[in-house]
Design a protein around this ligand. Structure first.
Ligand SMILES: [Zn+2]
Length: 229
């Protein structure tokens, strides 16, 4: 019988290559749960910033958890969106662009050149940004969680307050709508404010052991995956 290619054939096993970084490192998507019509309800994105490795470590913990404890809720996890930055231990990608300032929002502008917040030569100029935009178009996620460090808060954009609160009920992290500084061209603005998709920016601590951070966030992340808005 001919098999229609689908995400679910890859569930629990091998990550799907979904793109490449500037330096051609693979960017990989792990998929779990039922994905009819390639729909992924929850998209989780780790390591926008290469100097936040705890974000990837916690995503890999979640992947290992989901390999053992299956879920019917569809979830896609990109543990490392910025593999070049991770390899170089720097915030930006290999073009020295802050990937959380490169989204094609209404407020994007070429700004902060020669700083660690450089927004890029054009909106969505970076391959890592294009990977995320493509994933959103292909899989139409209903909610998105990006994982960062080091503020130990749950920040949200768009209609995500109740989702944020459901996570905080498990982790005890503070819920904040405003991170406290302008972030032109940010992913939260692109997906949350301008596309009305609930977006969580989970800020992990960077000075605590991985096991402790995972213990605090495991149930919060499971709750987010199971959350029905
Ligand atoms: Zn970050």
């Amino acid at each position: 019988m001919a098999m229609k290619p689908s995400l679910s054939q890859n569930a629990n096993t091998i990550p799907l290559p979904v793109g490449q970084s500037v330096e051609q490192r693979p960017i990989e998507l792990y998929v779990f749960g039922d994905t009819p019509d390639n729909q992924i309800d929850t998209l989780i994105l780790g390591v926008f910033h290469g100097d936040e490795p705890i974000a990837g470590d916690v995503c890999y913990k979640l992947i290992e958890h989901l390999k053992i404890h299956s879920t019917k809720h569809s979830v896609g996890i990109v543990p490392v969106l910025n593999p070049d930055g991770l390899a170089k231990e720097q915030r930006q990608n290999a073009n020295m662009v802050d990937l959380n300032r490169n989204y094609p929002t209404k407020d994007w502008k070429e700004a902060d050149k020669d700083t660690i917040y450089y927004s890029g030569r054009a909106a969505a100029s970076e391959p890592e940004t294009q990977v995320v935009i493509n994933l959103m178009e292909l899989h139409q996620p209903k909610k998105i969680i990006t994982v960062h460090a080091p503020y130990k808060v749950i920040n949200y954009d768009g209609p995500a307050l109740s989702l944020a609160q459901s996570m905080a009920a498990h982790s005890g992290y503070l819920v904040t709508e405003d991170i406290g500084y302008a972030t032109l061209g940010s992913f939260g603005t692109y997906a949350g404010k301008e596309r009305n998709i609930p977006v969580i920016t989970l800020e992990l601590p960077e000075d605590e052991p991985l096991e402790a951070v995972w213990k605090d966030n495991q149930q919060a992340l499971i709750a987010a995956i199971e959350f029905q808005g």
